[in-house]
Design a protein around this ligand. Structure first.
Ligand SMILES: [Zn+2]
Length: 429
């Protein structure tokens, strides 16, 4: 049902009343440094969340992503899943937030784990990406439960590990264990802004290209075969043919920023010849012709592009060189890939959040697609659930930057949107 005005007003007032609680909760989360890598303090933050949500009537479960990449007894990949049943059968709305944050990096003028509140903003690593979104979803759920205790269905809130390193010990693990099988709607409160709905992301294809040569003395390079020069020929093909071609491939996906509304490819790394010496080695390199060069490419592709086509574009250029360039030999290895995904604009979770944004902000939402992937990929591919979006407070541009912050008013507005969405999906007329 549509939230009637009085209920919307009541929820809005209740969330405003929780401003102090929201600030404190966000600060508490930021002050637990869950750096990943290596994956610090996951158990501590999951315990904290479990205690908080249990006090609001949730049943909580701590689940370790045992045996997943990075999981060890020293750095266990803990996740928390909390569930609160309504009074009758209905749909399940799941809020998923990652609990990990990236390294601090240089350039901070604030304490990265101090969570200082200055001028209506909370500063700290992870404040924006995405502990502010996690706190907003908890406040939204708690306000909703108080305002509509007779709701149908269930609310779930999960805090999951490792999104910043692929999500394998977090959402991917939970999806494989069947934790999304009964879920109807997923909202991921990543920092996409309080008035934007993120429908999905572009695809990813990472591959390593190796060119081969023959080692010889560097003073007589004609006796060997230089793998780095072969790689130079690959780069020339990319510059002359592949990059101009990629620039012509535009997408109907509403990707932001605008520059990512086409196919892109980053050259992630390039290595050739002798391996880099240890930093305590102060001598000179030996004179050798390199017999191997390796390049890692990071290709981001569009929903209109089949992955086979993406792969063939690169392989065809390499095969062309093998035909025309003497002694050119190569290997091409896929490292990993993710399919593009985009939820329909008329999917129930999208229309529900869109209505709520209109009620709270007075304007229609923007629909966007993320240039990079996030945990929606696992919910889509492993969990087989298309009805999933990213929606949450904060500016994506601040993520992973020094002096990252979350604006408290933005969190309040997003919490209102999430609470109204719960009314829409879980309160039978
Ligand atoms: Zn994030």
């Amino acid at each position: 049902m549509a939230a009637d005005q009085t209920l919307a007003d009541r929820l809005s007032a209740r969330i405003e009343d929780k401003r102090g609680d929201l600030i404190e909760l966000t600060q508490d989360l930021v002050r637990i440094p869950t750096l990943n890598p290596p994956g610090d303090n996951y158990l501590e933050i999951c315990d904290f969340l479990a205690r908080r949500l249990a006090a609001s009537g949730f049943e909580t479960q701590l689940i370790r992503g045992e045996g997943t990449p990075g999981d060890s007894d020293r750095y266990p990949r803990w996740n928390v899943v909390a569930r609160r049943e309504g009074v009758q059968a209905g749909q399940c709305v799941h809020f998923n937030s990652h609990i990990d944050v990236v390294e601090v990096g240089k350039g901070w003028t604030r304490d990265p784990f101090g969570a200082e509140l200055i001028g209506g903003r909370i500063y700290g690593r992870g404040a924006c990406d995405m502990k502010g979104g996690l706190a907003a979803s908890i406040i939204a759920a708690e306000a909703f439960i108080q305002a509509c205790p007779e709701y149908a269905g269930s609310i779930e809130i999960s805090g999951t590990a490792d999104e910043e390193t692929g999500g394998y010990g977090g959402v991917a693990f939970l999806a494989e264990e069947g934790h999304y099988a009964h879920v109807d709607h997923v909202i991921i409160p990543e920092p996409l802004q309080k008035d934007r709905i993120c429908l999905g992301h572009r695809g990813v294809w990472w591959a390593e290209i190796e060119t081969h040569g023959e080692i010889a003395h560097g003073s007589m390079p004609f006796l060997g075969d230089c793998a780095v020069r072969h790689m130079g020929a690959v780069l020339r093909e990319f510059e002359d043919k592949l990059y101009p071609h990629l620039a012509t491939k535009r997408t109907e996906m509403p990707v932001v920023p605008e520059g990512a509304r086409q196919s892109t490819m980053n050259i992630n790394s390039l290595h050739g010849g002798l391996s880099e010496p240890d930093s305590d080695f102060t001598g000179f390199p030996s004179a050798c012709v390199p017999d191997s060069a390796r390049m890692i490419i990071d290709r981001r592709y569009l929903i209109e592009e089949p992955q086979a086509e993406v792969e063939a574009e690169v392989k065809d250029l390499l095969d062309g060189l093998a035909e025309t360039r003497p002694n050119f030999r190569y290997d091409l290895r896929e490292l990993w890939s993710v399919s593009p995904t985009m939820t329909d604009k008329d999917a129930p979770v999208v229309t529900s959040v869109a209505k709520a944004i209109e009620t709270v902000t007075g304007g229609a939402p923007d629909y966007v697609v993320s240039p990079g992937t996030y945990d929606q990929k696992h919910i889509d591919r492993i969990g087989r659930l298309k009805n999933c979006i990213a929606y949450g407070p904060g500016l994506l541009e601040l993520a992973h930057k020094p002096d990252e912050y979350i604006d408290v008013d933005d969190m309040i507005a997003s919490a209102k949107v999430m609470a109204l969405c719960l009314v829409d999906l879980l309160c039978p007329a």
